[in-house]
Design a binder for this molecule. Structure first.
Ligand code: COA
Length: 162
């Protein structure tokens, strides 16, 4: 039974994240989507809301669990006896940061491996921040996020979305 942990802030979950979750299920038997509290990013949704949205978006996937987490990622991975951390690698610009994070995690615990998956190119430009900007300016969100997530963004940012 291969277990992977897919960590992130997910403020909010996008189609790009969902694409990585779907791809992960081809490699792992079970995935835990670990939603980080991450106050340093000043998320617009609290962690319970982010967990709820990830659960909603992944409800049709078998073998996916969603949990909030705080503290060090390697401690979380060890506690769950997971085999690897999963990260999406969208472009070469992601590489340096991801490389650093994977090596820090390995330094903290050399049993923690990181597996990188490439999202579909149609999502390679997405970030949660860019989607929040589009939402705050009233742009259409249907190609980027689940309709319920779009609705919550609209509510939170109080701007009309086309
Ligand atoms: N599709 C769409 N967007 C994607 C994506 C994909 N496949 N992959 C990443 N992104 C986006 C994310 O939404 C995020 O957007 P944002 O910056 O606008 O919020 C961005 O790309 C990636 O941000 P990043 O900071 O790399 O990751 P994250 O915020 O999703 O998660 C944690 C970072 C939680 C994994 C990391 O901070 C962590 O491990 N924290 C725990 C503390 C710890 O252990 N620290 C030491 C290890 S470094």
């Amino acid at each position: 039974m291969k277990l992977g942990v897919y960590p992130g802030t997910f403020d909010p979950i996008t189609h790009g994240h969902t694409d990585i979750i779907a791809r992960s299920l081809r490699v792992f038997d079970r995935i835990i989507v670990a939603v980080a509290h991450n106050p340093s990013k000043r998320p617009i949704f609290d962690v319970a809301e982010r967990v709820e949205m990830v659960k909603l978006v992944t409800k049709d996937f078998a073998h996916v669990n969603v949990e909030a987490f705080d503290g060090l990622l390697v401690d979380y991975v060890r506690r769950h006896e997971a085999h690897a951390v999963i990260r999406g690698l969208r472009a070469t610009s992601d590489f340096e940061y991801e490389f650093q994070m994977a090596l820090i995690n390995r330094k903290l615990d050399d049993k923690v491996e990181t597996v990188f998956l490439m999202p579909s190119e149609e999502y390679s430009y997405l970030t949660s921040s860019i989607i929040k900007e589009v939402a705050s300016l009233g742009g259409a969100l249907k190609d980027f996020v689940h309709p319920e997530v779009a609705e919550r963004l609209r509510h939170r940012l109080r701007r009309p979305i086309q």
